[in-house]
Design a binder for this molecule. Structure first.
Ligand code: DGI
Ligand code: FE
Ligand code: FE
Length: 199
């Protein structure tokens, strides 16, 4: 990875994000480092991807949509209905343009951190999971179980998170992004989990 000034990234994020989101960001970064240590991934990349994953989260929807239009970033129907989903795509763009990150694995980890994707890289899995289990998260169901699984079998942890996310989205009647569904189908197919659920 190119040399990256982590302190500089943290300082800019502290300005760009509100306090709660900044604290969450730090939680994701150190949880991602712990997962990288456990699963033999690159710790420096995990830290940078963890720090940057929500870098566009505090931007208002109009601004995110305007950036997508200007940069020719496609907006899907689901994203138009739920513009908060765009913080992943726009975050990937901001990580490149404002934080000068060019590592494709880090950029993909930012890009896919909300929905996941079939065939995620080790780093993408780490960020997706760290986002869900960082210590500041308190309300998701099965957190203890997912936290335990994360350090044992990441694919099993992914299935559990995706399953609980689909149940949650159904309960609040929120549309499911095809990427979330495809990711769930992909990972459930690879796991003989005995708690398979129709969601
Ligand atoms: O940005 P964060 O809150 O830290 O975390 P995130 O980027 O993973 O976003 C989490 C939210 O995204 C959570 O409330 C569930 C929601 N989400 C995940 N997949 C989908 C989704 N929302 C919709 N509408 N559709 C999805 O497929
Ligand atoms: Fe996010
Ligand atoms: Fe997050």
């Amino acid at each position: 990875m190119e040399t990256v000034d982590v302190r500089k990234i943290r300082k800019k994020l502290e300005k760009d994000l509100d306090h709660k989101r900044f604290e969450h960001t730090l939680g994701v970064a150190y949880t991602a480092c712990a997962l990288a240590m456990c699963h033999q991934a690159d710790i420096d990349k995990a830290q940078v991807a963890g720090l940057l994953h929500d870098c566009a989260k505090c931007m208002d929807n109009e601004r995110k949509i305007a950036i997508c239009k200007k940069q020719n970033i496609a907006i899907t129907d689901i994203e138009r209905q739920n513009p908060f989903l765009l913080h992943a795509k726009v975050g990937c763009y901001i990580a490149k343009k404002q934080f000068h990150i060019h590592d494709t694995d880090i950029l993909n980890a930012v890009l896919n951190h909300t929905t996941g994707r079939p065939g995620m890289s080790l780093l993408e899995k780490i960020i997706y999971i760290a986002d869900y289990i960082e210590p500041g998260r308190k309300h998701a169901p099965n957190l203890n179980e997912v936290r335990r699984l994360a350090f044992k079998d990441m694919d099993e942890a992914l299935v559990k998170i995706l399953q609980d996310t689909l149940v949650y989205l159904k309960s609040i009647d929120s549309p499911v992004d095809p990427a979330t569904r495809q990711t769930y189908d992909y990972y459930i197919g690879r796991n003989n989990v005995n708690n398979e659920q129709e969601v």
